[in-house]
Ligand binder design. Structure first.
Ligand SMILES: [Zn+2]
Ligand SMILES: [Zn+2]
Length: 212
């Protein structure tokens, strides 16, 4: 059927000149949105690691919730976000394995290896995931989960954020201090600080390394 529209935001911006319009046989998402979803999906792993580091780590999920049995609110909102992230993505892996008649998902261990393995599997099957029956919902969920995690990892101070990963812990957890004189790592387990001069020389070193 002609005239189907990509479910992505590309429609709203470019509807008039026809971008995002799909013709028969095309996948559900247009090329531009496919690339965006791939990038967001792969970044979810880093964002989850950063959020866990900023908030003090992910509690191992057990059969019962620490907070639920006592009727208190969740001890840390990020735990719920990370749980939701993992369960949503695992749900998509399970759904797509069933759709394709593939073997059941293997056990991968604790939170971090399970999430990493799950995201790698989804990325390896992304072309199929973006064109099967659940493709519109899958893509929307990846984008929504990413928006949500990024909102937390930015901590509302996006202007002070620094792009380069912390040389100490390799997370994108650096920000400028309030005075703008130095850089500090927001990961509590790392907590390194750098003067502006140290940071700039590290940046030059990193760029030189890439050029070689
Ligand atoms: Zn699109
Ligand atoms: Zn660090």
């Amino acid at each position: 059927m002609n005239g189907r529209q990509c479910p992505g935001t590309c429609n709203a911006a470019h509807r008039r000149n026809g971008a995002g319009t799909l013709i028969s046989g095309d996948p559900v998402w247009c090329r531009r949105c496919q690339a965006l979803i791939r990038a967001r999906l792969l970044d979810l792993d880093d964002q989850a690691a950063l959020l866990a580091a900023l908030e003090g780590g992910h509690r191992a999920r057990s059969g019962e919730r620490v907070s639920g049995s006592r009727g208190r609110p969740s001890p840390a909102p990020h735990v719920d976000d990370l749980d939701e992230l993992l369960h949503t993505l695992l749900g998509w892996e399970d759904a797509y394995r069933e759709h394709r008649g593939l073997a059941p998902r293997p056990r991968r261990g604790r939170f971090a290896p399970t999430l990493a393995g799950n995201i790698a599997w989804l990325a390896a099957h992304l072309d199929g995931l973006l064109s099967f029956d659940g493709a519109a919902d899958f893509g929307r969920e990846v984008l929504r989960l990413h928006r949500r995690l990024v909102r937390h990892t930015r901590g509302g101070r996006s202007s002070g954020r620094v792009r380069m990963p912390c040389p100490g812990c390799d997370l994108r957890s650096l920000e400028r201090d309030e005075a703008g004189e130095g850089i500090r790592c927001r990961n509590r387990r790392c907590g390194r600080t750098y003067t502006s001069e140290e940071y700039e020389s590290r940046m030059r070193g990193a760029e030189g390394g890439e050029a070689r």
